[in-house]
Design a protein around this ligand. Structure first.
Ligand SMILES: C[S@@+](CC[C@H](N)C(=O)[O-])C[C@H]1O[C@@H](n2cnc3c(N)ncnc32)[C@H](O)[C@@H]1O
Length: 441
């Protein structure tokens, strides 16, 4: 058994180092370290690693203020364990001396004992100069909200009047949202069952079937979770229901379906569809679609194929609704997945509009006249949202935008542009999502 000061901090630092050094997905890195850690340490490991990754770029700014050489030359494990310690100092749940002592001990236990003195010196200097350094960092919105410079610049260009509040919203912790199964309950009834189970939840009248749960809890405590009565899904993601305008007898294609959150929503909201196809190119992620359908006793035809090559999988029967929940830079969900800020680069973003345009062009011929294609992303980048749509609309003669004001029940969320609507992160507690609907003449 490890010393208590090290048992959660060292695995947390290792998970963070995986994200820093290899661009690992934080949840995947956490699963690996938690499996090898002391039993019972997982919640503390996750909380430390998430806190460190959420604040990582602010911690880099702290380090830059505390030493002359650039932080990127440091061993990733040292950078990671310092980030864990900075997070704990910001969080103020443990005494300062205990946090510094534990970080030094983690350096020794982590096989980087030669750096223990350095870790000690950096953290003690920070404690001496904290007020001055924190004040300097607070003046720079990118550093204050732990955002890499390229991303802050990008958001400032796309959202000149709102970029600072967007950075702040992306830096906050996301609430937990549930979608309740419309076939079996209502949000109000589900909130009552949460109260009976000793949990606190509230419905969101503007988005029927959405329930916020506060504080978040493990899904195993949610009434009916095992059989799909409630599923975890952000409020912004649930807004796809308004754009889809589902009715009995429709043939629906969910073209980028995995892990199946929106497929399950579609199947719950309109059980009398003529057809529901859930397509994705990633076989492993498709397993999650199957699991989600099984859990909710929902039906859909699951297809593993490339949506840009319909000749390889389409049987020729047109669809009345096509949902293209496109692969995107996911900037709108950074508060839930803070590792996106470390894993994505400006170069990654630059490639996405091409793929999004290819998907739109390939799927449009599969839509029946009178049908509707929904273009959705969970990003805030104009180049992946309105710009992709505008190019696409300019390339087809038989499509027109369906004004979001005409989507039945649209709750009035978001900022309109000429093709769709951008829900901004934090608005009504939602993540950032973009939706546009194009109908075929
Ligand atoms: C934003 S995620 C979809 C999330 C999903 N709609 C949900 O609500 O759970 C994008 C998905 O697009 C898939 N994808 C990427 N390129 C694709 C392609 N060419 N054909 C089909 N699926 C693709 C990815 O595997 C990924 O699962």
């Amino acid at each position: 058994m490890m010393n208590a000061g090290v048992s959660a901090r060292l695995p947390a630092a290792r998970a963070v180092a995986g994200v820093v050094a290899r661009g690992a997905n934080l949840d995947v890195a956490l699963n690996a370290v938690c499996a090898a850690a002391d039993p019972g340490a997982a919640p503390a490991i996750r909380s430390l690693a998430y806190g460190a990754v959420r604040g990582y770029f602010r911690h880099e700014a702290l380090l830059a203020a505390l030493r002359d050489r650039p932080a990127r030359r440091l061993d990733p494990l040292i950078r990671a364990l310092l980030s864990v310690a900075f997070y704990e100092l910001e969080d103020r749940r443990s005494p300062e001396y205990a946090i510094v002592d534990a970080a030094v001990e983690v350096a020794r236990a982590g096989g980087i004992a030669r750096s223990a003195g350095f870790v000690n010196a950096v953290l003690r200097r920070y404690l001496r100069e904290r007020a001055t350094i924190d004040a300097r960092i607070a003046r720079d919105p990118a550093q204050r909200h732990a955002t890499p410079r390229w991303l802050a610049t990008r958001l400032r260009a796309d959202w000149p009047d709102r970029w600072e509040s967007i950075l702040a919203a992306l830096d906050a912790q996301a609430p937990m949202w549930l979608r309740v199964d419309a076939r079996r309950t209502t949000a109000t009834r589900y909130v009552d069952s949460l109260h009976e189970a000793g949990l606190d939840g509230r419905s969101e009248p503007r988005v029927p079937y959405a329930v916020a749960i506060d504080p978040p809890c493990d899904v195993s405590r949610l009434p009916g979770f095992a059989d799909g009565l409630a599923s975890v899904q952000d409020l912004g993601a649930q807004c796809v229901a308004f754009a889809l305008d589902l009715r009995p007898g429709l043939r629906v294609l969910d073209a980028c379906a995995a892990p199946g959150g929106k497929t399950a929503l579609i199947a719950e909201r309109e059980p009398r569809l003529a057809r529901l196809v859930a397509l994705d190119v990633d076989p492993q992620r498709l397993e999650r679609v199957r699991e989600n359908l099984r859990r909710g006793t929902l039906a859909a035809q699951v297809v593993c194929a490339d949506a840009t090559e319909p000749a390889s999988w389409w049987d020729g029967e047109p669809f009345d609704r096509i949902l293209l929940d496109a692969p995107c830079s996911a900037l709108g969900v950074i508060r839930r997945h803070p590792d996106i800020r470390l894993r994505k680069s400006a170069a990654d973003l630059a490639k996405l509009p091409l793929l999004q345009a290819r998907l739109l062009r390939a799927l449009w011929p599969l839509l029946a006249p009178g049908g509707r294609l929904i273009y959705a992303t969970c990003t805030l980048a104009e180049a992946e949202n309105h710009a992709v749509l505008a190019d696409f609309l300019g390339s087809i003669a038989d499509g027109e935008v369906v004004d979001p004001a005409l989507w039945p029940g649209w709750p009035g969320l978001g900022v309109r542009d000429a093709s769709g609507v951008q829900i901004l992160p934090g608005e009504a507690g939602a993540d950032g999502f973009y939706y546009a609907a194009v109908s075929k003449r």
